[in-house]
Write a protein that binds this ligand. Structure first.
Ligand code: GLY
Length: 377
């Protein structure tokens, strides 16, 4: 498949460059009427803007993007050292695409130290008996789930593990890797169902760590398949395999990937959940497509040749469709790169908008197709 990769690159780089003026040192999350809204401390998404700028540096060679990414550095250090109570398991997302990315690209020593301290905070959430990293504190939005949060994992956490794997490599401290591998193993046996579809979350007895049951938070139903969760699993198990060589994780990555590909709509972009009783009036989630495309391209480098060809072809179809049908090309009044992303459909929050993480993963997939990223995970 021939994709207009240079056009895609120019679109990503130009729009990110022009957004930088309005965004300054703030951390964009999602759009309202085409304009990014900000979260005070970045929520769980704060690093996707910084990550996007580091990618644009790799795509363009323009060092201004490094300077833009670093404008919000003070927010990440303040949050980690002064307001750690605002952090949960998404520390991995937050510090992989800010501090780790900076260190990988520039060798900056302070960025490395911040990332190591972030990894320590993530490791501190580990539940020894249950062999998992607890996801959320009891104060997480969603009151009815608060008590359950004392013993909960969510599939998204698979993408938080690379921070620990990276920390093990850079410090030589195997504990980081052991925790990440144990969490991935527990996830492989709880979150992934026999047909390789995934629960969004899984509950454990908070005292004993005994496994209880799979549930959802953002999906349509406990037994449905939230498409973004499936894309987190696909990529997350891929990285767990890349760092450990543990074939269990390759099995889960390949199975989750094949299911994701089978469930795509005719235009190769997913609905927000793959088990809706009716698709009538229901939105797509382009962010799930973008996350999956980036993960499939990594997985294609690790899988057996036949699978690798399938995954690369699927990633190209997704990226091609996202650009042809969902990108804000020719719409300078819209700050996001991709339309029709859906954050939390069940609560009517962030439906059919641009999401900064959808934009980041679209850019990551394009950078991978161009062979132009060191990859920060
Ligand atoms: N990690 C939260 C989400 O995907 O919405």
């Amino acid at each position: 498949m021939t994709l207009p990769l240079e056009q895609m690159k120019a679109f990503i780089v130009d729009k990110t460059r022009s957004n930088a003026v309005a965004i300054g040192d703030k951390l964009p999350a999602s759009t309202v009427d085409g304009l990014f809204q900000f979260r005070e401390n970045g929520g769980w998404v704060g690093s996707f803007w910084t990550g996007l700028n580091y990618l644009c540096y790799e795509l363009s060679g323009d060092e201004t993007f490094i300077e833009v990414a670093r404008r919000s550095r003070h927010r990440f250090t303040k949050r980690l050292y002064q307001n750690p109570e605002t952090l949960d398991h998404d520390i991995g997302f937050l510090y992989s695409l800010s501090s780790v990315a900076d260190h990988k690209l520039t060798g900056d020593a302070e960025a490395r130290q911040v990332a190591i301290d972030a990894a320590k905070a993530l490791a501190g959430r580990y539940h020894e008996a249950g062999r998992f990293i607890n996801a959320w504190p009891v104060w997480h939005p969603g009151e009815e789930f608060s008590e359950g949060n004392r013993g909960r994992i969510i599939v998204d956490c698979m993408y938080n593990l690379p921070l620990l794997f990276w920390a093990a490599e850079t410090t030589g401290d195997a504990r980081f890797r052991n925790i990440a591998e144990a969490h991935a193993d527990t996830s492989a046996h709880t979150l992934v169902r026999p047909d390789y579809s995934c629960f969004h979350t899984y509950l454990f007895d908070p005292e004993t760590g005994v496994r209880l049951r799979g549930t959802t938070f953002q999906g349509y139903a406990d037994d449905s398949i939230w498409s973004r969760g499936q894309s987190w699993a696909l990529g997350g198990f891929t990285y767990a395999y890349r760092y450990t060589g543990n074939k269990l994780f390759l099995d889960r990555a390949v199975g989750c990937a094949k299911l994701f590909i089978r469930e795509l709509e005719a235009d190769s972009v997913p609905m927000w959940d793959f088990r809706l009783p009716s698709k009538e009036g229901e939105p797509r989630d382009t962010s799930a497509g973008a996350i999956a495309a980036a993960g499939l391209l990594e997985l294609a480098q690790l899988a057996e040749p036949d699978d690798a060809a399938l995954f690369r072809a699927a990633a190209e179809r997704i990226v091609g469709s996202l650009f042809a049908h969902y990108a804000t090309v020719g719409a300078p009044e819209e700050q996001g790169l991709l339309r029709e992303a859906t954050g939390f459909r069940s609560r009517h929050v962030e439906v059919n908008v641009s999401l900064i993480y959808g934009d980041y993963y679209f850019a990551e997939a394009v950078a991978r197709l161009l062979g132009r990223t060191k990859a920060y995970w």
